[in-house]
Design a protein around this ligand. Structure first.
Ligand SMILES: Cc1cc2nc3c(=O)[nH]c(=O)nc-3n(C[C@H](O)[C@H](O)[C@H](O)COP(=O)(O)O)c2cc1C
Length: 361
């Protein structure tokens, strides 16, 4: 079926449309790839080396069934929207992504760095998984956990792979701390050549809000993104015992995101995590980490009654940023987080016909 104005058939096209519609610095802020972009590229390249051999070609069930369960929620396909911060690139932001995911019958991950409050997102999609980082003091974290619970979040995701090495050899766009007159003058020219984007905001009744409402301390206004980021940078990294504490405070389904090694998967299981997401943050953080798909089979090999692990990447030989960018025009969620189907289909390398884990740590 040919694409139309409101519908398109591939993530590559979504990316082209996003590039055409977004101001340049907004587009570039979304494209992951720290330092040289080795991991970003490997996330895509690794898929070109893999072929999937279906386990069976006959005696298939009469109906196709893709439904599965993740973090206690039944979803209609084995894909969920991965959490991504600051989606104030579109007036509907995280609420639009949540609604799209709900329409597809699946769950949405909501970043603590989101531009929209967890209450609004959970109202749009009850299958909301709140994602947080280890940041601030325990009271701050408890406040976030309790707020997410009150809003109806069904699971907690804690992301552990961020290391603050977010410089890009290819250049990071300047992101304003807030949209004051100075920022508007600086970004005005690139916005003027994207009138549809500006119009969408004006119709939505305002300008992008660069605060992070889910980080607001009780009784205080929402901090600006960079203020919250600074708070996070000053927080000592957690031990597994700290993560165990967080898991205990939440008490419900709990995913550890950013696991790339079997020993970490074992530790996650040890503190009572109910799921792990095999993820390298889309290559957006530590460059040189192997593609998530390369680490998948080793993590899947960890004997545990808790997993199979979820794979956090696009399941396609397409540029790694495409599904993410698609979200900015609110058609597909940011990025895909799906379970390993290692037990059902065997992932083989095109070279040797065996499971490709040559890059596993
Ligand atoms: C712009 C951007 C923002 C992100 N923000 C978050 C976040 O706040 N929390 C989080 O756990 N992961 C975040 N991620 C990582 C995604 O959840 C996901 O792990 C990654 O994009 C998947 O890899 P892929 O890009 O190869 O699909 C972000 C990624 C990008 C590119």
């Amino acid at each position: 079926m040919a694409s139309t104005r409101h519908w398109f058939e591939s993530v590559a096209e979504a990316q082209r449309r996003a590039r055409r519609q977004l101001p340049r610095s907004v587009y570039l802020a979304l494209v992951a790839g720290s330092e040289k972009g080795l991991t970003l590229r490997d996330n895509v390249a690794a898929f070109s080396e893999l072929r999937f051999a279906p386990a069976e070609v006959g005696d298939l069930p009469a109906t196709r069934e893709m439904a599965t369960t993740v973090l206690g929620q039944e979803i209609s396909l084995p894909v969920i929207a991965s959490p991504a911060g600051v989606q104030a690139v579109h007036p509907e932001g995280e609420v639009g992504v949540a609604r799209g995911a709900a329409q597809a019958g699946t769950a949405v991950g909501l970043s603590a760095f989101a531009s929209m409050p967890v209450e609004a997102v959970a109202a749009a999609n009850p299958k909301t998984f709140f994602q947080m980082y280890w940041m601030g003091d325990r009271d701050d974290m408890l406040a976030q956990v309790e707020r997410a619970r009150r809003a109806g979040a069904r699971a907690l995701i804690v992301t552990l792979d961020w290391s603050f090495s977010d410089g890009r050899d290819w250049g990071s766009p300047a992101i304003p701390a807030k949209l004051d007159l100075r920022a508007m003058l600086a970004h005005g020219p690139e916005c003027l050549v994207r009138p549809r984007w500006v119009l969408a905001w004006l119709r939505g009744g305002g300008l992008p809000d660069l605060t992070v409402p889910n980080m607001a301390r009780p009784g205080e206004p929402s901090p600006a993104f960079f203020e919250a980021y600074g708070r996070w940078m000053r927080t000592p990294p957690p031990s597994w015992a700290d993560i165990g504490w967080l898991r205990g405070q939440w008490g419900g389904p709990f995913m550890v995101k950013g696991v790339m090694r079997p020993d970490d998967a074992r530790r996650a299981a040890g503190i009572g995590a109910t799921a792990v997401s095999v993820s390298n943050h889309g290559g957006n953080d530590l460059d040189g980490v192997p593609a998530s798909i390369r680490a998948l089979s080793a993590v899947a090999g960890v004997p545990s009654r808790l997993f199979p692990p979820w794979l956090d990447t696009e399941i396609a030989e397409t540029p790694a940023s495409t599904a993410r960018l698609a979200s900015s025009i609110l058609v597909t969620p940011l990025s895909m987080n799906g379970p390993s189907h290692a037990e059902r289909s065997q992932a083989t390398s095109s070279q040797d016909g065996g499971t490709d884990c040559s890059h596993c740590p």
